[in-house]
Design a protein around this ligand. Structure first.
Ligand code: C5P
Length: 226
């Protein structure tokens, strides 16, 4: 069959990464985490002393770091100027700065081009996850999914992923929830390709679904469109 392109968007903590990797692995497709690329460019800005709130400075530097994504769904990788960035891009510092960097149009143009070229080079097809895949990066995707979940469910999942965090602690959960809601508001409110559901995307509310159920749902949808 021809290459199949799947775009999976949605706010943080809805299960985009787990779902996208599992769907890609099941269907023999490549996998691209575009959030990791925005995090990688943000890490480079912070490491190079660029003020992430200074949009002109971020724009001027947007083309400098070389970002390479490995697209094997069982072992995705990300490097910046040849250095492994998988650990550093998940720090609190990067998470707090990424929305400001990703709102800069020059950053988006650069990464959108990179994302399109990676998708075009995937022989069997690819699952691409992010915020603007269905609306901007791959508007002709064969299938667009928009994942949602309640803020409570998202905070609980995010805390469950973070080492040393206690998913049962109400104060900790409230802080995680507040940080998620703040980042989503910034991502949804920016001018250039905000987080949004494409008109032709299938919305899946994952609040009361297990990962296996969400994966099954997306795989069935892909197969129905092949
Ligand atoms: O998916 P993840 O939470 O790792 O994404 C980190 C950040 O990268 C998001 O909060 C958003 O600011 C940015 N992002 C984006 N467009 C994408 C993917 C991520 O602006 N396609």
């Amino acid at each position: 069959p021809a290459a199949v392109i799947v775009g999976i968007d949605g706010p943080s903590g809805t299960g985009k990464s787990s779902t996208s990797k599992a769907v890609a692995a099941k269907l023999g497709l490549r996998y691209l985490d575009t959030g990791a690329q925005y995090r990688a460019i943000t890490w480079w800005m912070l490491s190079n002393g660029i003020d992430v709130e200074d949009a002109a400075a971020v724009a001027a530097a947007a083309g400098k770091p070389e970002i390479v994504s490995g697209t094997d769904p069982s072992a995705p990788t990300i490097t910046v100027d040849g250095a492994d960035a998988a650990g550093p891009i998940r720090t609190q510092e990067v998470t707090s700065a990424v929305s400001a960097v990703s709102a800069v149009p020059e950053v988006r143009t650069r990464l959108t081009e990179l994302q399109r070229s990676i998708a075009a080079a995937a022989p069997q097809g690819i699952v691409v996850e992010g915020r603007d895949i269905g609306t901007t990066v791959l508007p002709d995707a064969d299938l667009k999914i928009f994942l949602t979940a309640s803020p409570e469910a998202r905070a609980a999942r995010r805390n469950g992923e973070l080492k040393g965090k206690n998913a049962q602690d109400p104060a900790d959960l409230a802080a995680t929830r507040a940080a998620l809601v703040k980042r989503d508001a910034a991502d949804s409110g920016r001018k250039t390709s905000p987080l949004a559901k494409a008109a032709d995307a299938v919305e899946v509310d994952t609040t009361d679904l297990t990962l296996e159920q969400v994966v099954e749902c997306v795989v069935t949808l892909v197969e129905s469109r092949r």
